[in-house]
Design a protein around this ligand. Structure first.
Ligand SMILES: Nc1ncnc2c1ncn2[C@@H]1O[C@H](COP(=O)(O)OP(=O)(O)O)[C@@H](O)[C@H]1O
Ligand SMILES: [Mg+2]
Length: 275
């Protein structure tokens, strides 16, 4: 079973702007899938369909085998944790604790279980000390952590994150990736949107490349070595794919690339351009 199945999904905003056109996709379970595309390619609109915030106008979305519709909205919301691009759209309580407790309270959990879930979520994202702070006075990175904690407290099996790394400094982005890697290792499925080809190349298992509301192509991160496809999507080739395009080595991270460079000479240990 796939985590998400999208069939012939089309969507037009009320002002008649077309945002999605006949999108069909399958998202594998327990993987990290990047929805990659230039601005305006439909990433956010697609992500918002994954828990029914935007109901399908045409086509279908299935979550863990179940079609998303009005009747099962509560189940869908429990299964899919959706992170908005801007955390201000997600935090509205007087304290971080109350924000994170909002979901579990709605589940009518007993108070001890509820408090334990909130504490676990706070620990997980590393903001235990912020529990009593009002969300509006947090930094962007802290707000994103609080918003993620609010989702984790619901124990969703699918995480649908819109631009989770945008605006974060590199160190915080690294910490976020570690947290997300852990969750995926524990069995969650992550779908995230990004316009960052380097991030998708280095970190995603699977990629979906979008252009003007359509899926151009989808497959493993290897797709991002295809200059033609990226050009069509108005995206650049990942830096490492560009650097190693004539080599049989295909490092995905700077660390992997560094390990291929000979100390002293700075030459690539295993470069293959002459053959
Ligand atoms: N609320 C809205 N009303 C009208 N058009 C919108 C709205 N939100 C997005 N769009 C349009 O829908 C298309 C897809 O946008 P979006 O899903 O936000 O793309 P992305 O997240 O890839 O930047 C764009 O043409 C955008 O201008
Ligand atoms: Mg967007």
């Amino acid at each position: 079973m796939f985590a998400l199945e999208i069939e012939n999904l089309s969507f037009t905003y009320p002002d008649l702007t077309p945002a999605l056109e006949d999108v069909s996709l399958q998202i594998k379970r327990k993987k990290k899938t990047a929805i990659l595309g230039a601005n305006g390619s439909g990433k956010t609109t697609l992500i918002y369909h994954l828990n029914g915030i935007i109901p399908a106008q045409q086509g279908r979305v299935k979550v863990l085998g179940q079609q998303v519709d009005k009747k099962n909205m509560q189940e869908v919301r429990k299964a899919v944790g959706l992170l908005f691009d801007n955390p201000d759209n997600q935090l509205f309580s007087t304290t971080v604790f109350n924000d994170i407790a909002f979901g579990p309270r709605n589940l009518k959990l007993d108070p001890d279980t509820m408090t334990r879930r909130v504490q676990e979520a706070l620990e997980r994202v590393g903001i235990r000390e912020l529990a009593e702070r009002p969300p509006y006075c947090l930094s962007l990175g802290q707000k994103k952590r609080a918003a993620i904690a609010g989702l984790l407290a619901m124990k969703p099996r699918v995480l649908a994150f819109d631009e989770p790394f945008s605006g974060l400094d590199p160190e915080v982005a690294d910490q976020f990736r570690e947290i997300l890697d852990e969750l995926v290792e524990e069995g969650a499925t992550l779908v995230f949107s990004t316009h960052d080809v380097n991030l998708a190349y280095g970190w995603a298992d699977e990629v979906v490349i979008m252009k003007a509301g359509r899926v151009l192509t989808a497959g493993t991160y290897d797709l991002l070595r295809d200059g033609q496809v990226l050009k069509e999507a108005a995206l650049p080739l990942p830096l490492l794919a560009q650097l190693f395009r004539n080599s049989h080595e295909q490092p995905r991270t700077v660390e992997e690339a560094a390990a291929l460079v000979e100390p002293g000479s700075g030459r690539l240990k295993a470069v293959d351009s002459s053959r």
